[in-house]
Design a protein around this ligand. Structure first.
Ligand code: FES
Ligand SMILES: [Fe+2]
Length: 342
């Protein structure tokens, strides 16, 4: 499968890595990741150029990694710095090194041309560090599904009434139309407001709503594989304008999709909230609801993926609700084409 390469993907949470080598498979490439003595992250191709033992089976020695078979040792840029038993180091004794960037507890990896790695392009939001918001890292959800199908699901408000009836959806939203548009930098936004309707389970728990609320869902898809779902509720009597939605209970749910291969994706999710800022346990309690919801998505996506593989390229029925996903797929297509031309 062809992937967009000149972009940042999430390799893991900061807490996943230490001075112990750890293997990750991203875009079908095996990579070993570890921390240097300073804490700085290193990512190298996970195959020793001697007899192909994965370097992740070796040992980190200071800032370097030593192969567990015959002791070839590589530095953080993938250069071989030691060959036990001989003084000269063969020219071909090197491994590819991947640019990395770490911020807000997230480790990003650049899978394309290292010369084009641009740290200003790493996904960021002011809410990560704002005192008016609380940020909480969730889990890594492993899905046996193609990342494009997972991304479709993350710009798809229409499924929540059916897939998440107890947490994120309720029947009131079923027939409310959905808007989708492409904004700056090819970000696809899909959104709708469900006005003056009973609160969903999530906002009964967070916000304590009992009476009718206005509920919004804005699904932002940053191609190729970051999603941010801005959703929330406010008392329907306030009749909030969209631009005033920070006055309600508002959550930014972030999903960082890492394609492992054509049928396997890791979705690392976290959330930022503007409510219960002083309650440390609120993040964990939110995780519990999200875990229920995302297990429901996983169930649907994996079952659909199996049938899609069997359907042998049969064209899906096109619906109005798919506009966001179609815009997103179009952006991916043009990204792939422009990388192929380059
Ligand atoms: S396979 Fe790595 S040193 Fe021989
Ligand atoms: Fe979902």
């Amino acid at each position: 499968m062809k992937y967009v390469r000149n972009c940042w993907y999430v390799a893991g949470w900061s807490t996943d890595f230490s001075d112990q080598p750890r293997r990750a498979t991203i875009l079908e490439e095996n990579i070993v990741l570890y921390r240097q003595v300073s804490g700085q992250m290193v990512a190298l191709a996970d195959r020793c150029p001697h007899k192909s033992l994965p370097l992740s089976r070796g040992k980190v020695v200071g800032d370097n990694i030593r192969c567990g078979y015959h002791g070839l040792t590589f530095d953080c840029e993938g250069r071989c710095v030691r060959v036990p038993g001989q003084d000269n180091i063969p020219k071909s004794a090197f491994v590819r090194a991947y640019p990395l960037f770490e911020r807000h507890g997230i480790v990003w990896i650049w899978m394309g041309d290292p010369a084009r790695a641009d740290e200003t392009k790493v996904f960021d939001r002011p809410e990560f560090t704002s005192p008016e918001w609380a940020c909480h890292h969730g889990d890594a959800l492993h899905l046996r599904a193609n990342y494009l199908n997972v991304a479709d699901n993350l710009c798809d408000p229409a499924h929540v009434a059916y897939v998440h009836p107890t947490t994120l959806g309720n029947p009131e939203s079923e027939d409310v139309p959905i808007q989708s548009e492409k904004g700056d930098d090819d970000v696809v936004v899909t959104y709708r407001w469900i006005r003056n309707a009973p609160p969903i389970g999530f906002f009964r728990k967070f916000g304590g709503f009992v009476e009718n609320v206005d509920r919004w869902h804005y699904y932002y898809l940053y191609p190729p594989s970051t999603a941010m779902i801005d959703f929330g509720s406010s008392d329907a009597r306030l009749n909030l304008k969209p631009e005033d939605r920070h006055q309600g209970v508002r959550i930014l749910a972030l999903h960082f999709l890492t394609p492992v291969n054509a049928t396997y994706t890791i979705d690392r999710w976290m959330h930022i909230r503007n409510c219960e800022l002083d309650d440390e346990s609120a993040g964990e309690r939110m995780d519990e609801l999200f875990r229920i919801a995302f297990a429901e998505d996983k169930d649907v996506l994996e079952a659909a993926q199996l049938e899609e593989l069997k359907a042998n390229g049969a064209r899906p029925v096109r619906l109005a609700i798919d506009k966001g996903a179609n815009l997103y797929r179009g952006v991916i297509k043009s990204m792939l084409e422009s990388e192929a031309r380059a």
